[in-house]
Design a protein around this ligand. Structure first.
Ligand code: HEM
Length: 404
């Protein structure tokens, strides 16, 4: 495929994802594609772009890549009862509807005066600990993730009763949304931990909708399943219990990259570790970025073109009995550790119908057989049930709260 051919694919994928996330997102994504070369006009329209809050699924799951992604986990305060939590979910939903539309709330602190919504999404999930507190049955899909070899999980920055993913093309817009929810939740919940990530800002790379790079320099996201793929909805969205219809399960992992060790590997070794070229993202079995992996392809010397322990082979659905996740990653760079190594890596997020036959199955394999794992440390972990999206007039988690 030619370069412009792969760009077309990239743009088509973006549009397809936008179409599922909601009508205006299509305008946004298409607008981004059309105006990306238009300089100043792009900057202005980027702020105005909005992704509808209401829909079958919460918008953050299928929204196109945003420049920033923050995650906050909250714990319920000791005295907060079900009644208070229900009120909070109602207030959060109303606030998220307004924030994502760029409409100030009554009593707003004017922090983002003059700013548009910048494609803000606010996606809320419930931890098993919240359901336990509410006395609701805990679905098997929320079984605690097992400990994996090499895990270095910090409990203080893991788990949580409620998790919220914020994505937008502007960090101040996210900070304001986080402050608004924190303020409204005060009395019912308090922040347990919070992390700040970034991706590529629209207009920075030449091709609109191009796959962003991570801090190891790889194109990251190429092999993600697409909404139009057969079986996508069944693999990514949950069907039960009833309050989870249209919902998904989110696995969050803060994965530190051992960048000093990684940088010492020559580029051709880095490519073998992943199984794709660093420049174009093409699989080592040949083609361009979006060419399917050919796991059987051999080099002239008889060795596998995509090595046996390459990340993409070990993570692929073929190697994991069909296990499929929708990945959403944001880089983080939180300064340097006392030994001088960067405290940097990936806020890794995976959406799936049921982690037991998706993330957990894949990670079990990766933590043993994947060459890339030698350069990674999983430092925090959380699992949330992300209920289905809202219809206008309803609030997030309403089916759960009304069933109590
Ligand atoms: C910092 C940690 C990680 C990095 C830097 C990383 C990087 C990559 C890269 C560069 C690719 C190839 C391009 C793409 O398809 O996106 C890839 C593919 C993939 N990764 Fe990772 N990854 C990481 C962690 C994980 C984890 C923890 C899982 C799941 C447990 C995972 C699952 C996958 C899957 C399913 C694919 C697609 C494989 C296919 O093409 O069939 N990755 N990853």
């Amino acid at each position: 495929m030619t370069d412009s051919g792969s760009r077309q694919v990239g743009r088509r994928r973006l549009l397809a994802i936008g179409a599922l996330a909601g009508g205006a997102a299509v305008t946004g994504a298409a607008g981004a594609a059309v105006t990306a070369a238009a300089g100043e006009g792009t900057q202005r329209s980027m702020g105005r772009r909005r992704i509808p809050f209401d829909g079958l699924h919460q918008a953050g799951i299928l929204a196109p890549n945003a420049a920033h992604g923050w995650f906050a986990a909250f714990d319920v305060r000791p005295g907060a009862d079900t009644h208070r939590l229900r009120a909070m979910l109602q207030e959060w939903t109303a606030a998220a509807r307004r924030l994502t539309a760029g409409v100030p709330s009554p009593g707003d602190d004017a922090m983002v005066t003059g700013y548009g919504p910048a494609s803000l999404t606010v996606t809320v999930g419930f931890g098993a600990s919240l359901l336990r507190r509410l006395g609701a049955p805990i679905p098997g899909a929320l079984d605690p993730l097992p400990a994996f070899p090499r895990d270095a999980i910090d409990p203080a920055r893991s788990d949580g009763d409620v998790g919220v993913l914020f994505t937008a093309d502007d960090a101040l817009v996210i900070a304001h949304a986080l402050r608004t929810l924190t303020r409204l939740g005060n009395g019912a919940v308090r922040v347990r931990w919070q992390m700040t990530g970034f991706s590529t800002t629209g207009g920075v790379v030449a091709a609109p909708g191009a796959t962003p790079r991570n801090l190891m320099g790889q194109l990251d996201g190429t092999g993600n399943p697409r909404p139009q793929d057969p079986g996508f909805a069944g693999q990514i969205f949950a069907r039960d219990p009833a309050w989870m219809r249209g919902g998904s399960h989110l696995v969050f992992r803060r994965i530190r990259m051992l960048l000093d060790e990684w940088d010492r590997l020559p580029r051709h070794r880095q490519e073998q570790v992943v199984g794709r070229r660093k420049d174009t993202g093409a699989p080592l079995s040949g083609g361009t970025e979006h060419t399917a992996l050919d796991l059987d392809k051999q080099n002239p010397d008889g060795g596998l073109a995509i090595p046996a322990s390459a990340h993409v082979r070990q993570a692929s659905a073929q190697a994991n009995e069909g296990a499929t996740i929708l990945r959403k990653g944001f880089s983080y760079f939180d300064g340097h550790r006392p030994d001088g190594a960067p405290d940097a890596g990936l806020l890794f997020m995976a959406f799936q119908a049921d982690p037991r036959n998706a993330f957990t199955r894949i990670q079990q394999r990766l933590s043993g057989a994947d060459d890339l794992s030698r350069f990674l440390r999983h430092e925090s972990s959380a699992l949330f049930a992300v209920p289905g999206g809202c219809r206008p007039g309803r609030y997030l988690g309403q089916d759960l709260m009304e069933g109590l």
